[in-house]
Design a protein around this ligand. Structure first.
Ligand code: FES
Ligand code: FES
Length: 153
């Protein structure tokens, strides 16, 4: 059985017939060719697959495509190329192996959209669903503070 779904990814329309439980993560990567979104755990624990769904942060490995019908998806590729988070992550050592980085930046973007000047506790809370095994988080938090115009830690 398939379901027809029509939605947008980074502003571009997508229409197709999909197995209803196919994961948004797989559709974004395999059907849309947008591979910035990464699979880490595949079970909602690591945040590396995070995207925005109607502006809200979701783990795309947990979202069946049938739930995306009529909605707007934003991946890392859909952010503005001059989003200050990109330069801030590079400058602050907020990325090493890079697997977590797309999800971290999407979580940070969701936070800054809602709260342009977060304090450190708000940043920690907003990124609590995103795991990084490389950086120790200090560079990530510093990057987000810098992108928010608050300088590093
Ligand atoms: S791959 Fe989706 S939360 Fe880990
Ligand atoms: S940079 Fe490697 S998991 Fe975060």
């Amino acid at each position: 059985m398939t379901v027809s779904c029509r939605f947008t990814v980074n502003g571009s329309p997508v229409y197709g017939h999909f197995a209803p439980m196919r994961r948004l993560l797989d559709v974004v990567r395999a059907e849309c060719g947008l591979t910035a979104t990464k699979e880490g755990c595949g079970e909602g624990e690591c945040g590396s697959c995070a995207v925005l769904l109607d502006g809200a942060l979701v783990n795309s490995c947990l979202v069946p495509i049938a739930e995306v019908d009529g909605r707007e998806v934003t991946t890392l590729e859909g952010l503005r190329t001059d989003d200050p988070l990109f330069a801030a992550f590079a400058a602050s050592g907020g990325t090493q192996c890079g697997i977590c980085t797309p999800g971290m930046i999407m979580a940070a973007r969701a936070l800054l959209n809602d709260c342009p000047h977060p304090d450190l506790s708000e940043i920690r809370r907003a990124l609590s669903g995103n795991l990084c095994r490389c950086t120790g988080y200090t560079g990530i938090y510093a990057a987000i503070r810098a992108a928010a115009g608050q300088g590093g830690e």
